[in-house]
Design a binder for this molecule. Structure first.
Ligand code: ADP
Ligand code: MP5
Length: 275
């Protein structure tokens, strides 16, 4: 009997410009040699310059997508991204409780790089109370970590405290992303694992505005590696290396916050059969 091909699921919003959301997730999973399925929670009219409009899917359609995937595919890991509003968050939470989709990475997407709100303000509370406790790994950026914890995050020490608070809120492992830090030289992320171990991951900061979809790409790579059976720590470290490569080996698309080079390969892996 042949083993099923490794399959992962993204639960997020689309980006017509191709750089973030479901599109970034699928490209990343494909590059990591994992078959990707998608539950579309919202559709955005978006490009590298900004988000013009979006609409959340009806809850019934969200339910039907989860059912279609769960009835047929064998999902080994899943991630959430843009979830738009309270009814959508509640629908996603209910389905995550209903189906076994493996370890869950929660990217608590709130505001796009261009400034558009992708999660309604009243839905933040629902994410905190209902979604965060389901997270195997929670991956907030600095503004999201501040919003979820209610604290200001201005230093490395603040990132440590925020990670601990988020773990206390129920996330098993926490990755606080430092992409929005003021540091001109480095982009440092802090990781707090379930067993209490913690570490920093630091990469040279690339001086570019082509960072549309960095968070999606990181969380999708982590999800792909978890689907392959990698440990949480290994999946996170591979995710950081991969997203750094997609930023460093940039491509030129659009006129604003450009998308990443998803076909960039991490050092030494370009010719490997199993990436
Ligand atoms: N200019 C940059 N140079 C190098 N790494 C970056 C840069 N911007 C973001 N990153 C990295 O990309 C990942 C995503 O972080 P961040 O941009 O904070 O997430 P989000 O897209 O959710 O706002 C993190 O690992 C962060 O360190
Ligand atoms: C559908 C969707 N999901 C997520 C993001 C966040 O990506 P970024 O913070 O890089 O703009 C986005 N802009 N659009």
């Amino acid at each position: 009997m042949i083993n099923d091909t490794i399959q992962a699921l993204t639960i997020a919003g689309t980006d017509s410009g191709g750089g973030a959301g479901v599109m970034a997730d699928i490209k990343t999973m494909q590059e990591r040699h994992v078959f990707s399925a998608a539950v579309v929670v919202a559709v955005t009219a978006q490009n590298t310059i900004g988000v013009a409009d979006f609409m959340a899917m009806p809850e019934k359609l969200i339910d039907e997508q989860f059912k279609a995937v769960a009835d047929d595919l064998k999902i080994r890991a899943a991630k959430t991204g843009m979830l738009a509003d309270v009814p959508s968050v509640k629908a996603v939470v209910a389905n995550l409780k209903k189906y076994d989709l493996g370890p869950l990475t929660v990217d608590p997407v709130m505001i796009a790089k261009g400034g558009a709100r992708l999660l309604s303000e009243d839905a933040i509370q629902t994410v905190k109370q209902e979604l965060v406790p389901l997270a195997t790994i929670l991956t907030p950026n600095l503004p999201e970590a501040a919003e979820l914890t209610g604290m200001q995050i201005e230093s490395s020490d603040d990132m440590l405290v925020a990670a601990q608070k988020l773990q206390d809120m129920g996330a098993k492992n926490v990755l606080v992303k430092g992409g929005h830090e003021a540091d001109d030289n480095e982009s440092s992320d802090f990781v707090l694992l379930e067993n209490g171990d913690s570490f920093w991951m630091t990469s040279p900061r690339v001086d570019t505005n082509r960072t549309h979809g960095t968070g999606d790409t990181l969380s999708s790579c982590i999800t792909s590696e978890l689907a392959k059976g990698k440990s949480v720590e290994d999946a996170i470290r591979i995710g950081k290396e991969y997203v750094s490569a997609t930023i460093e080996q940039g491509i030129q698309v659009g006129h604003g916050h450009g998308p990443l080079n998803h076909w960039a390969h991490v050092k030494g892996e370009a010719n490997d059969d199993e990436i």
